[in-house]
Design a binder for this molecule. Structure first.
Ligand code: SAH
Length: 346
């Protein structure tokens, strides 16, 4: 890696246009390069065949393209693919392709490691090293889209920001990556097919509502009782449920879009009727649905998935109050690719 050269994908289209003007070329060249960088995902200046050799050499002298590399790829029995992605500074993040009969979903990372300390999540054991740049998030989607076409003959249908990291702690770069993913100058995907999952940062949830974003919001709730949530997600101490609630009410008032709550039920943690009642109450504040996620063990057994009868109690109570509830089976467990298992083991 050449650290003196600037990463060309940090430049906007206007930046590129003025760069070419400044060196006495046509501003339009900037548009051409921009198209190569994003829509055509070129990883080398030599690939930009519509530019003259001299222009390519000149760009090479000024800039680098900090592309990602699929370092290793593992395939699960259920078709899920986990990629260890090497970044330009040799750090690794993981991205997952999850196929179903009719569609494919990319689960992408937003940070290297994570600064939160959720007790049930393997990623929390990695120190947060740094935020991913917009192009590093975009490249994960490009790589997984290629795998979707190669192995399933369909383009990628959905994207979830449920890989490593807390997307709202890297909000600006996540938004920039989504702009590129949804723009026709990038991948042209619909924002309705994108879900950003957060542990809940109230200030940023409000900002997203003000920014009028068009993607879906999922919140990792896991408990609607402060003491319990703080015990398993210490971050809740700083951003308690009342603040989260206020931000979600604001989100709904601005966007009119339902929230998805992600929720795992564990033995002796949130398996009592009082836990269920608290969740039902919380669900009444803002229109929502609940995804009951299967627990993916990551440790010595401190956390254990509750018995099916407890899950049934949750479902019965939620449905009695007309709250939509889905049970989500995990995918890719055999290769540690399921929710909460991404920890750069390889
Ligand atoms: N930081 C974001 C996104 C990453 S985690 C967030 O918290 O939402 C993606 C989802 O996996 C979250 O709902 C998280 O609570 C869940 N998760 C984490 N560890 C898990 C585990 N071991 N088993 C099942 N789900 C887990």
């Amino acid at each position: 890696m050449d650290t003196k050269k600037k990463d060309i994908r940090a430049l906007s289209k206007d930046d590129l246009r003025s760069f070419f003007e400044k060196i006495g070329d046509k501003a339009f060249r900037g548009n051409q390069v921009y198209e190569w960088l994003w829509h055509k995902s070129a990883y080398s200046f030599d690939d930009m065949t519509s530019l003259s050799k001299a222009t390519r050499t000149m760009l090479q002298a000024h800039f680098v393209i900090n592309n990602i590399e699929v370092d290793t790829m593992q395939r699960s029995n259920d078709g899920t693919i986990k990629n260890a992605i090497k970044l330009h500074d040799q750090l690794i993040v993981e991205s997952v392709l999850i196929p179903t009969k009719t569609r494919t979903t990319a689960c992408v990372s937003s940070q290297v490691g994570c600064s939160l300390d959720c007790k049930f999540c393997a990623t929390s054991r990695l120190k947060r090293m740094r935020n991913l740049n917009p192009d590093e998030i975009y490249d994960q989607v490009v790589a997984i889209n290629k795998q979707s076409l190669l192995y399933h003959n369909i383009p990628l249908s959905n994207i979830v920001f449920m890989g490593m990291g807390e997307p709202l702690m890297n909000y600006n770069n996540v938004i920039k990556s989504i702009d590129k993913i949804t723009s026709n100058e990038g991948l042209g995907m619909s924002p309705k097919r994108i879900t950003v999952s957060t542990s809940g940062v109230p200030k940023i949830i409000k900002k997203m509502a003000d920014d009028n974003v068009k993607f879906n919001l999922a919140v990792s709730l896991h408990s609607a009782i402060d003491e319990i949530r703080t015990q398993i997600m210490p971050f809740n101490e700083t951003f308690p449920l009342n603040d989260l609630r206020a931000s979600l009410e604001y989100w709904y008032s601005k966007t009119n879009r339902k929230i998805t709550y992600e929720y795992v039920v564990w033995n002796d943690i949130n398996d009592k009727q009082t836990d269920i009642d608290a969740l039902v109450k919380f669900c009444k504040y803002v229109p929502c649905k609940v995804n009951l996620i299967e627990y993916n063990p990551i440790d010595d057994g401190e956390f254990q998935q509750a018995k099916p009868s407890v899950i049934e109690n949750y479902i019965k109570s939620l449905e009695k109050h007309h709250i939509v509830v889905n049970v989500r089976r995990s995918r890719g467990k055999d290769i540690d690719a399921a929710c909460g298992q991404l920890a750069n083991k390889s």
